[in-house]
Design a protein around this ligand. Structure first.
Ligand code: ZN
Length: 567
């Protein structure tokens, strides 16, 4: 009765006051919204994704919530939408979301350096060379134009060029373009002038080419062969800070567009590391860098004393050492002679004794040692140096970079303290000639990624760009299919050493993070970790393997910020 009365009274009242009616409807609508008990504010929701969390269960999810650069919660879209309000929503619409990819071994800085030069590889005429130089300078406007990669044997007119066109196009800017093999250069007038090269310049071990059509008055053509090129190199501008910044930013842009969020740079000097740190602080460089310090006296004296340097985006706690050279140029050190060159064993860059000494010094400083070892002799030398320096009761996580040719009995040395860090595209780049170098027996222990994984319990994957191309999907494809970009060989190259897709993804995320002592902050999509994501247009865990290299990055996130958009 009372209730009816009250409603009746209210209705009567409402009929009288339209203003009050308006007020009540506003209150009613507002109450609908607040029905959802106070929502927690968050920054970003990624929803409708095929999210590979890469947690210990390798669980899938379809939505992830981010706040303050970190992952707040993972789960299903409806419950997360009820619980949180967001300032940004990324609807993945079925795209594949991976933990931000880590390149376990690459050269970020060197990539940027090559991007400051005109790429002349594959030019089909000198006119094309000129076109590329003009386009490059229009974009970059550098003070000294450098280029690399032309080969007159690829041109219709198979003759060395002269500098006439370059002089007319760039009268005030020096231009120096080196040949594909690095043994010849075409330099314009300005570059020759800076290098003080005249028609009278004569240097042992090289040629300054002259045009002698007018015998009484010979002219420089701009072509230099071998040693006179050094005079030009000596005039290249010094690495100013603004140059280093441009180098790093260009390299970063390329990496972000391919979904990379952390780069292990295998060998940096202090001046570059300092600029990286500065740019991180200013937020002008977003990509995270695991900087391996180059093994030089100055670097070691500084860093081993300074100790571990760690910010959210920069981590310095390791030294990169070279044990030997490369297999292609027969610089890798082998236990017995090269199969295609008698009595040739390669040469150690850092001999065994020095390896042992530097290993002890690095261990004493609490740093990690990461050593380039290609040949079987170099690998065992590194293993012995590590075994002497490593205290196995400690968590040291030292790495062997490449671990390319390993003698069968040496595989047992790999462990969580001697971790293999490998580059799957090296197998598919080298497969055409590797067996010529080492023969059919030793090849069984070469590019043996699955064996290394089984022994160590984990494996770190990288590309080694700019030696190889930057795209991590090429790495993924080479690891699982053991084929190159021509999908060759059809059945894959020694597929008994292929990795599964799950192992490959772990090698590019959680295991790489572990090897950097960063497994608690990155490498998987779990609450509390950095909100770094790589979002792809296809599910590389499921699609036909030959479609993996074509995967496109739709978005790259670092610290919850979208740092690249694919469309
Ligand atoms: Zn490298």
């Amino acid at each position: 009765m009372l209730k009816q009365f009250n409603i009746g009274m209210l209705c009567l009242f409402l009929r009288k006051t339209t203003h009050m009616r308006l007020l009540l409807s506003i209150l009613f609508i507002a109450s609908l919204f607040s029905c959802a008990p106070d929502k927690v504010t968050a920054d970003l929701l990624i929803k409708n994704g095929a999210i590979y969390t890469v947690n210990s269960e390798f669980d899938m999810a379809d939505a992830v919530v981010v706040k303050d650069g970190k992952i707040l919660e993972i789960g299903r879209k409806p419950e997360l939408e009820l619980k949180y309000s967001f300032s940004e929503v990324y609807d993945a619409e079925g795209q594949t979301v991976l933990p931000g990819l880590i390149d376990g071994h690459a050269h970020l800085f060197n990539l940027g350096v090559t991007m400051q030069q005109v790429d002349l590889f594959g030019t089909e005429s000198f006119e094309e060379v000129i076109d590329r130089v003009v386009a490059f300078q229009k974009e970059k406007n550098v003070s000294f134009i450098r280029g690399r990669g032309w080969d007159q044997n690829d041109w219709k007119v198979k003759e060395f060029p002269n500098n006439k066109i370059l002089d007319s196009l760039f009268p005030d800017t020096p231009v120096a373009l080196t040949r594909v093999d690095g043994h010849a250069m075409i330099a314009n007038k300005m570059a020759l002038k800076l290098a003080k090269i005249t028609t009278k310049t004569k240097i042992k071990g090289g040629v300054v080419a002259l045009d002698k059509t007018d015998k009484a008055n010979p002219k420089l053509t701009g072509l230099l062969i071998d040693s006179p090129m050094d005079l030009v190199f000596a005039t290249y501008p010094k690495e100013s800070e603004s140059y280093l910044r441009r180098v790093l930013q260009d390299a970063e842009k390329k990496c972000l567009s391919l979904g990379l969020t952390t780069i292990n740079d295998a060998g940096l000097n202090k001046n570059v590391i300092d600029v990286i740190e500065k740019m991180h602080q200013e937020d002008s460089l977003k990509i995270r860098v695991y900087a391996m310090v180059s093994n030089s006296k100055e670097n070691l004296d500084y860093y081993l004393k300074a100790g571990i340097i760690k910010t959210d985006r920069l981590h310095v706690r390791s030294v990169k050492v070279y044990a030997d050279g490369a297999l292609g140029s027969r610089g890798a050190t082998l236990r017995s002679s090269y199969s295609d060159k008698e009595n040739h064993f390669g040469a150690m860059i850092t001999p065994q004794k020095e390896l042992k000494a530097v290993a002890k010094r690095i261990a004493a400083a609490g740093y990690q040692m990461n050593t380039h070892a290609i040949g079987d002799s170099a690998n065992v030398a590194v293993i012995r140096a590590y075994q002497e320096a490593i205290d196995d009761t400690k968590d040291m996580r030292w790495k062997i970079e490449h671990a390319q040719v390993v003698t069968m009995e040496d595989f047992d040395a790999f462990s969580k303290n001697i971790i293999p860090s490998i580059q799957p595209t090296h197998a598919t780049s080298d497969m055409y000639w590797a067996e010529d170098r080492i023969g059919s027996e030793r090849i069984k222990g070469a590019y043996a990624y699955k064996t290394l994984l089984d022994k160590a319990g984990m494996i770190v994957l990288g590309t080694d760009f700019p030696v190889e191309r930057v795209n991590p999907m090429h790495t993924f494809y080479a690891a699982v299919a053991r084929k190159d970009l021509k999908n060759y060989p059809e059945e894959g190259y020694r597929t008994e050493e292929a990795l599964s897709r799950e192992e490959t993804l772990k090698g590019m995320t959680i295991w790489a993070a572990y090897s950097n002592f960063e497994e608690n902050e990155k490498g998987s999509i779990e609450a509390g970790k950095f909100a770094d994501f790589t979002i792809l247009d296809r599910d590389i865990m499921k699609v036909h393997a030959d479609s993996i290299p074509k995967a496109k990055v739709m978005a790259t996130y670092i610290n919850g910020e979208r740092v690249y958009s694919g469309n």
